[in-house]
Design a protein around this ligand. Structure first.
Ligand code: ADP
Ligand code: MG
Length: 497
């Protein structure tokens, strides 16, 4: 696309095709008054909050189709598309709408006290344009309202779909993600383009999306005038395909090339999709050459992205490439502790430790596990123990279970009792070493399918009767010694598959 096309307003369509998540708009729409714009911006914010509060499905069904028809004397009048919608919104969502609108409409109207829902007039329902301050003059445009355009183009809609919990403050930093965190922060904080592109990669559920949203939130707060656009590669493709279908690639290009910061999440999604890749490549180049910040995430490094054109792969690797490694035990525990701290019920440390040991797949699964535990704790109001946690999380634990080796048992037990692993095979018989060794033998018997003689051999060539004795000793001591029983239970839970 040539530079004068970009700068000449006459050749710039007023809008671009949207995906189904957003109100659509038409290219012949007249520009709305500034009051309309302000109202629509407020309404856009109300929508964002409603969507968060009542969930995507309900929002899409009941709230999204509503149109603001009037704002007068502290009453916000909304129009619904059907009687059913009107009734449902009035009975179920009006209170919430009133509270949220009162807050969000603050800059155009001093305090909204009522929200009224009316049935839309025929003209509005048939999709004719519909303007707030000059309804009678609305020219006939092909579809939908001009006023939605201002809301869609507002900053708030660029931020739509960003999770408010995904902030830097809520991101727990550990060895596996410290580089990615540091460069993400730097990118967000610097007014000038820091690394271009910033390429974040790592396996699923490790925090890529979280970091991208955090960058967006940070920029929005620090430099509200910078235009940030975040979207998944899937959405990028979807919009591109739509633009092709509606022969509207000009506005598609314009939309992307007018932002200061473009973030495309999960770029591996466009692997093998040649025309989307091509378009992405051009968009990417145009932005980078123009000194705009581009931030990309993927599940693999640029060089490993299969089905991606060579020149694009190499281009993606030109800036800063930062990987996120799978969370280690410390980070998993840190994440659990930080999330548990914010929860209304308390979960014992040893339960969190148990979970951090046993759920190793990714952070998303770890979070899911914690939510399940929290929900249970709140419902039954009883303290969660390692046993009940193991039961509640059985499916997850099974999925990440592995065959336990005697070696692993010895290491884990030695670490637990703070003795050297070599003591597991040594001939020393002092109590503080013999007891842990017996615990390890007991666990080996319980957690593996090895025979007594097999186990004896792996404990420095001991006789099978020594192992039998150890197993009996631990069994009977567990009945009287609570501390020992707890240790054994913890170790078992950690090691068991
Ligand atoms: P990805 O995009 O890499 O698949 P997400 O960013 O969606 O992963 O992360 C999955 C979940 O785990 C999110 O709820 C996110 O908030 C959480 N999460 C991931 N890493 C961290 C972290 N270091 N600290 C706190 N939460 C995290
Ligand atoms: Mg993601």
């Amino acid at each position: 696309m040539s530079g004068d096309m970009l700068n000449n307003p006459d050749t710039m369509p007023a809008s671009y095709p949207q995906d189904s998540n957003e109100p659509s708009q038409t290219s012949s729409a007249p520009s709305p008054s500034s009051e309309d714009q302000a109202i629509q911006a407020c309404w856009g914010r109300v929508n964002l909050r409603m969507r968060k509060d009542i969930g995507d499905a309900a929002w899409r069904h009941w709230i999204k189709p509503l149109r603001v028809s009037r704002l007068e004397d502290g009453t916000l009048t909304l129009e619904a598309e059907s009687t059913l919608a009107r009734e449902r919104v009035s009975s179920q969502y009006a209170d919430r709408l009133r509270v949220i609108s009162a807050a969000e409409f603050n800059d155009v109207s001093p305090s909204i006290r009522h929200v009224e829902v009316r049935l839309a007039s025929n003209r509005a329902r048939s999709g004719q344009p519909h303007r707030l301050s000059e309804q009678k003059q609305a020219p006939a445009a092909a579809s939908n309202s001009a006023i939605t355009a201002s809301a869609t183009e507002g900053r708030d809609d660029l931020m739509a779909g960003l999770d408010p919990r995904y902030t830097f403050a809520n991101f727990v930093v550990g060895k596996p993600n410290e580089l990615a965190f540091a460069v993400a922060r730097r990118t967000a904080e610097s007014e000038k383009v820091a690394f271009n592109p910033l390429f974040l990669y790592g396996g699923v559920g490790l925090g890529k999306t979280h970091l991208m949203h955090a960058i967006a939130w940070h920029i929005r707060q620090q430099s509200p005038s910078r235009k940030v656009l975040y979207l998944s590669a899937e959405k990028f493709m979807y919009r591109f395909v739509r633009a092709l279908r509606f022969r509207d690639t000009m506005s598609f290009k314009e939309q992307f090339r007018s932002v200061d910061v473009l973030m495309i999440d999960d770029v591996q999604f466009i692997s093998g999709k040649d025309s989307t890749q091509e378009e992405f490549f051009h968009t990417f180049n145009a932005l980078v050459e123009d000194g705009r910040q581009v931030i990309i995430s993927a599940d693999k490094s640029p060089t490993d992205l299969e089905g991606m054109e060579e020149r694009l792969r190499s281009r993606l690797g030109w800036g800063m490439v930062a990987d996120i490694h799978p969370a280690d035990y410390e980070l998993r525990l840190g994440i659990l502790q930080s999330k548990a701290e914010q929860a209304p019920v308390q979960i014992a440390d040893k339960v969190l430790e148990f979970m951090a040991h046993r759920i190793v797949s990714n952070v998303r699964e770890l979070e899911g596990a914690l939510n399940r535990i929290l929900a249970h704790a709140m419902l039954v109001g009883r303290e969660i123990t390692i046993e009940s946690a193991a039961e509640l999380l059985a499916d997850l634990l099974r999925a990440s279970s592995r065959q336990v080796s005697v070696d692993a048992i010895q290491k884990r037990v030695a670490a637990h009792y703070d003795v050297r692993v070599s003591e597991m095979f040594s001939a020393r018989r002092s109590r503080d070493i013999a007891r842990p060794r017996q615990v390890a033998m007991y666990l080996a018997k319980n957690l593996t399918s090895l025979s007594y003689p097999d186990i004896g051999r792996q404990f420095g060539g001991r006789d099978h009767t020594t192992v039998m004795h150890a197993v009996k000793t631990i069994e009977s001591l567990s009945k009287s010694d609570g501390q020992l029983a707890e240790d054994v239970q913890l170790l078992k839970s950690i090691l068991a598959g």
